[in-house]
Design a protein around this ligand. Structure first.
Ligand code: SIN
Length: 285
C-alpha cells in the first residue's frame, strides 16, 4: 500500500509525466511497455496512477502477450464471465461496438440510466485496475472520458454529503450476466467510499447498472442520483482522451468512473481490455 507521503512526492526519476488536467489524467513517456518493468519503474507508474487516477501511454506497439504481461505487474488478472475473450489469453477482453449493442441497457423506472460507470462494480470485490489498448479505431470520434470521482464528491453541497452519509447504492448487472449463462446477486456498495490507498472519499455510482439508493423511495433516490450525475458531467472533473493507434489507458476503478463516447456510427471500433483483480480482503475498496 502506498502512503500519503509517497503520493505527495511530485517528482519521478524513472518515467516522464505530463499532467493533462489539474485533477485527473497524466501522460507517461520514457518507458517501453514491451519490456519487463524494473521494480522502480513499476512503483513509479503505480504512484502516478494513484495520484492521477488514469494515465496514458502513446506509441506503445504491444501485442496481446505484452499487454497482459504489463498488466500483471500490478496484480492478478481477472477473467470476466460475460465479455468476449481472446482465445489464447482469457483475461484479455474485446471491448467493441458489437459488444455494447449486445448489452444495450433497458432503462428502468427506478433508476437513472447513463453511461458513466466503473468496471465490475457488480461484484462484492470489484476489479481495481484496467488497462485498455487501442485495436481498431475510427478516424475521428470514439474518445473516452474519465471523471475524478473524488473531486466530484468534494464539490457536492454539504447538505447532499450529509444525505449520502451511510447510504448504499445497488449495482445490478444480472441481465447481462444471465444472457451469458452466469449469475451473481445484486450487490450494494456505499455511495461514498474511502479509497484505501489514497484515503480520498469517492462518489461511486455505476449509471450503467441500474443504481437505486437503498432505503429511499424511487423519487428521492432519483433526485440524488441526478445530482451525482451532474457532478460527473462537469468538465472541471473530467479528462477526455482521443485514442490513436498504439495508445494505452490505465485507470484506477476505485477513484475514477468513465464514459465511452459513441459518436462513430457503425464503425467497428474495438479495444482490448485487461482487468486487474483486487484482494478479497479489501471488499470495502
Ligand atoms: C469501457 O467503457 O469500459 C471502455 C471504454 C471505451 O470503450 O472507450
Amino acid at each position: 500500500m502506498s502512503t500519503a507521503l509517497e503520493l505527495n512526492r511530485p517528482t519521478y526519476t524513472h518515467i516522464e509525466l505530463k499532467k493533462l488536467q489539474p485533477h485527473i489524467g497524466a501522460e507517461i513517456s520514457g518507458v517501453d511497455l514491451r519490456l519487463p518493468l524494473t521494480d522502480a519503474v513499476r512503483d513509479e507508474i503505480r504512484r502516478a496512477l494513484l495520484t492521477h487516477k488514469v494515465i496514458f501511454f502513446r506509441d506503445q506497439e504491444l501485442n496481446a502477450e505484452q499487454h497482459a504481461a504489463f498488466a500483471r505487474n500490478f496484480g492478478p488478472l481477472y477473467t470476466h464471465p460475460s465479455t468476449p475473450r481472446d482465445e489464447n489469453i482469457s483475461p484479455l477482453h474485446k471491448i467493441s461496438a458489437e459488444e455494447f449493442k449486445k448489452y444495450e441497457r433497458i432503462p428502468t423506472p427506478t433508476s437513472i440510466d447513463a453511461g458513466y460507470h466503473t468496471d465490475t462494480s457488480w461484484r462484492l470485490v470489484p476489479t481495481w485496475g484496467a488497462v485498455l489498448r487501442a485495436v481498431n479505431l475510427p478516424e475521428i470520434g470514439g474518445d473516452t472520458i474519465w471523471v475524478d470521482a473524488a473531486a466530484a464528491y468534494r464539490h457536492l453541497p454539504d447538505e447532499l454529503k450529509q444525505r449520502l452519509e451511510g447510504k448504499h447504492v445497488t449495482h445490478d448487472f444480472r441481465d447481462a450476466l444471465l444472457k451469458s449463462g452466469h449469475d451473481y446477486p445484486i450487490v450494494a456498495h456505499p455511495v461514498v467510499r474511502t479509497h484505501r490507498e489514497t484515503g480520498e472519499k469517492v462518489l461511486w455510482v455505476n449509471f450503467s447498472q441500474k443504481p437505486h439508493i437503498i432505503g429511499l423511495d424511487i423519487a428521492e433516490s432519483k433526485e440524488i442520483l441526478s445530482a451525482v450525475l451532474e457532478e460527473y458531467k462537469r468538465p472541471e472533473v473530467q479528462v477526455r482522451f482521443s485514442w490513436r493507434p498504439n495508445s494505452i489507458a490505465f485507470w484506477d476503478n476505485r477513484g475514477a468512473v468513465h464514459y465511452a463516447v459513441r459518436n462513430y456510427g457503425d464503425f467497428p471500433r474495438s479495444l482490448d481490455r485487461i482487468l486487474i483483480a483486487d484482494e478479497p480482503l479489501y471488499a470495502d475498496l
